[in-house]
Design a binder for this molecule. Structure first.
Ligand code: PHE
Length: 526
């Protein structure tokens, strides 16, 4: 018997827990600030609605309809091999063989193997890539950041995070980021601890583990955000930060901002990697999928906005400048908080908030591979979680050791250099990040939307979505915007041209795949 979520909110918090992560907390506020603040927020909301929402709905629906892992889905509702998957396979085989002919042995054999897999296993290949390979690759480096965050939280509460400027913070961060010197064992220990705790939650099962902890951790996360926002905006000079984050400056928007907003909406909702699909497969038929998807979307967007409100007022009020990436949360912000009375409390709470956000995301990454092992290889859940966790922890440790450069892992570097035939990122951490987020995720998202929109078919998806939604899917967009209650569509008989159902079908078949593909082309620099 397949395990089911215990309650609607338990499910919503679990999906939102996956969605709300490091992407919301450091990436969104920063990208926002650099792309014209409020202008980017508007753009992002548009992308979330146009790309994120249709795909989120689609993945949930597919998961619930098939009641199966991300591999088992393919073959349950349609044939495992279709003309499309054969064409993809054939193209990859031709492409891979040509690469081999031109001496690109690394790329060539990877592409060739993928092609043969598509020809032999059909769509299930997509399931293995999106539900096993991507989550394992991402856990490997996500866990490293999780480990740093745990370490920082502990240090802060022990009063050891006491530098007063970003330079001091940078000096303290360096050995941690590199896992070098006397910080090597604490960093590795925290990374392993972080990942082992996530595995322990998954170990207890869907309802007793993931759901129970999400229901505790997500409210805690939002409570911490509210406390930090109140602290931030009550500081003198906070308005400069608010202005930086929120005032719309449309002149800073470019074509690149559009693509950035799209790629981020995709990553932020954890789409394209079998997570939402797997979580959807534990859903009961009587649940309203559309409502749940709207709630997840709202929570994820809210968390991103709240993170910006918690970070920028404090940074600007303390007279620091915004900077990019990990530096912002590990160097600038701790220094800024240290200027406040009881700075260690604020730092501690801040890192606790990030740890919680990263924790529920990491948890969700362990679930799709686990479920594949359970469903496809008939393993016991506990053995499956243990196996996945051991692989991920090993990858995390290796990743952590390669943070600064490849010096400690020359063999792996040399191996990758032969496979990649050329340049690779300066560390395993960045290599995995680049490979999964820029290449695999958008490609899988694209294939998944094609599968749902065309192969399984938007009509069948709608039929599944309607179970449990009581006519909500048939709502008419214009009537809703006009504030007029829709009665004509209920019952699912009359479908007007502008019903939400028709819009969704149109999006999932045409707009979403096209936009995801555009984001992919941009991410790989074409
Ligand atoms: N959605 C998460 C975030 O915003 C990122 C994530 C990606 C989480 C993949 C899990 C899996 O940070």
């Amino acid at each position: 018997m397949r395990e089911k979520w215990g309650s609607r909110w338990g499910f919503i918090f679990a999906v939102a827990g996956s969605a709300v992560g490091l992407g919301n907390i450091w990436k969104f506020p920063y990208v926002c600030g650099m792309n014209g603040g409020g202008a980017f927020v508007l753009l992002y909301l548009l992308c979330v609605l146009l790309v994120g929402f249709p795909l989120l709905l689609a993945e949930l629906t597919l998961g619930r309809a098939a009641q199966s892992s991300s591999v088992g889905v393919f073959g349950k509702l349609t044939k495992v091999r279709t003309l499309f998957s054969d064409c993809v396979g054939a193209l990859l085989v031709i492409g891979g063989s040509s690469l081999l002919l031109f001496g690109k042995y690394g790329y060539g054999s990877c592409v060739l193997i993928a092609g043969i897999a598509f020809l032999a296993l059909g769509w299930r290949t997509l399931g293995y890539i999106s539900g096993v390979i991507i989550p394992i690759v991402i856990t490997g480096y996500y866990g490293v950041i999780g480990g740093w965050t745990l370490l920082y939280m502990g240090k802060s509460f022990m009063g050891q995070l006491n530098f007063s400027d970003p330079a001091g913070a940078g000096a303290a961060m360096k050995p941690i980021a590199e896992a070098s010197g006397n910080m090597m064992w604490p960093v590795l220990g925290c990374t392993v601890l972080f990942m082992a705790l996530c595995a322990a939650v998954c170990f207890s099962g869907v309802r007793k583990g993931i759901e129970r902890w999400s229901k505790v951790l997500m409210p805690l996360l939002f409570a911490l955000l509210v406390v930090l926002i109140l602290r931030g905006i009550s500081l003198p000079g906070a308005e400069k930060g608010l202005k930086f984050f929120l005032s719309p400056d449309f002149s800073k928007l470019s074509a690149n901002s559009v693509i950035a907003a799209m790629g981020h909406s995709f990553f932020s909702l954890s789409l394209g990697m079998g997570i939402v699909l797997t979580y959807g497969s534990y859903l009961d038929k009587k649940e309203n999928i559309v409502k749940s998807a709207v709630s997840v979307l709202a929570l994820d967007t809210m968390a991103a906005m709240m993170a910006g409100l918690a970070i920028f007022p404090a940074v600007f009020a303390m007279g620091f400048k915004e900077t990019s990436g990990p530096v912002l949360i590990y160097e600038i912000l701790p220094a800024a908080f240290n200027h406040l009375p009881a700075g260690w409390v604020w730092n501690g709470l801040f890192f606790m908030m990030i740890a919680v956000a990263a924790f529920t995301s990491e948890m969700s990454l362990l679930e799709p591979p686990t479920q594949v092992l359970v469903d496809e290889f008939k393993m016991k859940r506990r053995n499956a979680v243990t196996l996945v966790a051991v692989i991920c922890i090993a990858l995390g440790v290796v990743c952590s050791l390669s943070m600064s450069n490849w010096d400690r892992l020359p063999e792996i570097r040399d191996f990758l250099l032969t496979v990649w035939d050329g340049s690779i990122s300066p560390s395993l951490f960045l290599t995995l990040d680049n490979f999964s987020c820029n290449w695999l995720l958008p490609l899988c998202g694209f294939m998944l939307s094609i599968y749902i929109g065309w192969i399984w078919g938007a009509r069948k998806a709608l039929k599944e979505m309607r179970i449990g939604t009581k006519g909500g899917v048939n709502g008419n967009l214009w009537l809703i915007i006009a504030g007029i209650r829709d009665t004509a569509g209920s019952g699912g008989r009359k479908v007007s041209l502008f019903s939400l159902a028709v819009l969704w079908g149109f999006f999932v078949r045409f707009i979403t795949p096209a936009m995801v593909f555009a984001a992919f082309l941009n991410a790989v620099g074409l």
